[in-house]
Design a protein around this ligand. Structure first.
Ligand code: UDP
Length: 500
């Protein structure tokens, strides 16, 4: 009689942020889709485990093979406000504390791995940890277990992010000089980066600052793992992947996009049935998906601008005011997810004083303002959505591009400046409107850029961007085709490698 294949155990450790937790969960589902004999445990802090619990419960087909393991964590021990276990809602100045606090999970994680290894022995195949949780590689090594690094970013953005933090190529520390333009190790000399693409903390980093003290060791440890998984598609980032492979000098599997399969059916711009995609994040949106879709249904195909700065970033009050005026002037329909501007409590109530007086009345049905959190996937899948003003967080980029939606970039943190550079220079699907929270924007410039990207006329920049975004969307959707797509094959190859 044929023996049933032995169940294999995988432990996953995302960093504590929505933009990391969501793709880790998708990765778990994706692996299970390829191999039913897996038992996957996602480890995190208690509140993040609660998010994951409700995200799993809300999925159309929750999986009994995904387990959740909370590790003890008290945010106040790390100088964070009570119950702060996620980048969401934390002001930028506190995020570094969250980064450093993540390493405090190591002893409890070690105990947990000890328990798993003692109970399942060599059917525990590997730990997949976030690039920011490099310490998991040390834990894996001490138990003789393989460790793989998962970067939730794209190839280009990840390579630039890691190489710049590790080498600080924008600085001459001996002379205290900072360069406006510079080359980045592992990138060709001709690919120049600008200081404006760097986050404010990175601009001033000297290798000994609190950000470098976190990123350098975590990235170094991740570079010692057995290979990297990257949430991208081989065909859409050929240059970025060449650079990333050159940088990490390890196998890199492109297993993206990690999106619900309904978004990857081969017809972009599909009208979604509300609730089909489901609430993946366990977060309550400021508007029901049904209402959003009803509103989108009342607007012409490709006419709506969707605006969101992701799960943790926000813009300044002054920028918000100018953007609102620019939206008014552009005359284009829009959905705008508004989070409190910089300096306000990110978990606080929405205030109309952040917008020009009478804005809502003048906009009427042309604009939909959503407080804090929107059903983003449903919006991006809708055929009325024609452009996405985004902070260029990688999940948002993949979500938009998978539906052939071009972008207006407003990078705010992390590797977003490099993502937007790549989207402009390599893909031609993005126009950058502003960078960071200090960049001065005017209503005229905002309105101009919105009109360029949403311009329906043939032969213009808008049409060119739409065409390119559509082609990339097709490549993304083709990559998951069963037995044929590059990401499908890469996932099979990865699983074959770990389950020898
Ligand atoms: N997101 C959402 N609704 C919102 C804002 C964000 O569903 O109103 C989701 C979005 O779809 C994406 C994630 O949150 O999956 C944000 O990840 P991303 O990498 O774009 O940015 P981050 O939040 O990590 O900066």
């Amino acid at each position: 009689m044929e023996q049933a294949p032995q169940t294999k155990h995988i432990i996953m450790l995302p960093f504590m942020g929505q933009g990391h937790i969501i793709p880790f969960l998708e990765l778990a589902y994706n692996m299970l889709h390829h191999n039913h004999n897996l038992n996957i445990t996602i480890v995190n802090t208690p509140l993040n485990i609660n998010y994951l619990r409700s995200a799993i419960a809300n999925r159309p087909s929750p999986s009994s093979q995904i387990h959740l393991k909370p590790l003890p964590f008290n945010s106040t021990d790390h100088g964070l406000p009570p119950n702060s276990e996620n980048t969401d809602g934390l002001p930028l100045t506190q995020i570094i504390k969250l980064f450093h606090s993540s390493a405090s999970l190591e002893p409890a994680f070690r105990l947990f791995i000890d328990e798993v290894v003692s109970s399942v022995g060599n059917s525990m195949v590997c730990i997949i940890s976030d690039v920011f949780m490099g310490w998991a590689n040390n834990v894996a090594k001490s138990f003789g277990v393989f460790n793989y690094t998962f970067t939730t970013g794209g190839a280009y953005g990840t390579a630039a992010y890691c190489s710049i933090w590790m080498n600080l190529p924008h600085r001459d520390l001996a002379n205290g000089e900072t360069y406006d333009e510079f080359a980045v190790p592992s990138f060709p000399e001709s690919c120049r980066f600008s200081i404006t693409q760097l986050h404010q903390f990175l601009r001033a980093a000297d290798g000994n600052d609190e950000w470098s003290r976190f990123f350098k060791p975590q990235i170094s440890l991740s570079l010692e793992s057995s290979g990297w998984l990257c949430n991208t598609v081989e065909e859409i980032e050929p240059f970025g992947l060449e650079v990333l492979r050159n940088y990490v000098k390890l196998p890199v599997w492109c297993i993206g996009p990690l999106l619900p399969s309904i978004m990857l059916k081969n017809n972009s711009g599909l009208d979604t049935n509300p609730g089909v995609i489901g609430e993946r994040t366990g977060k309550k949106p400021g508007i029901e998906a049904e209402k959003c879709i009803e509103w989108l249904d009342s607007h012409p195909i490709g006419s709506v601008l969707y605006i969101s700065f992701g799960s943790q970033n926000t813009i300044s009050e002054m920028q918000m005011m100018e953007l609102a005026k620019g939206l008014e002037e552009s005359k284009k329909p829009f959905i705008w997810v508004i989070r409190p501007p910089v300096g306000f409590d990110l978990k606080g109530e929405f205030r109309f004083e952040w917008l020009p007086a009478g804005f809502k009345d003048r906009i009427g049905k042309r604009g939909l303002i959503v407080h804090n959190w929107a059903p983003q996937l449903e919006i991006l899948c809708h055929r009325s959505t024609g452009a996405f003003l985004s902070h260029c967080g990688w999940n948002s980029v993949m979500e938009g591009l998978s539906q052939g939606v071009p972008l207006i970039g407003w990078p705010l943190a992390a590797e977003q400046g490099y993502n937007s550079k790549m989207l402009v220079e390599e893909m031609g699907v993005c126009v950058v409107l502003a960078r960071g929270v200090h960049s001065r924007i005017t209503k005229e410039e905002a309105s101009r850029v919105i009109n360029v990207v949403l311009d329906e006329r043939e032969g213009g920049k808008g049409e060119d961007m739409r065409k390119k975004a559509k082609e990339i969307g097709e490549l993304i959707r083709a990559s998951v085709e069963i037995n044929k797509g590059s990401s499908f094959k890469a996932m099979n190859d990865f699983l074959t490698t770990i389950i020898k």
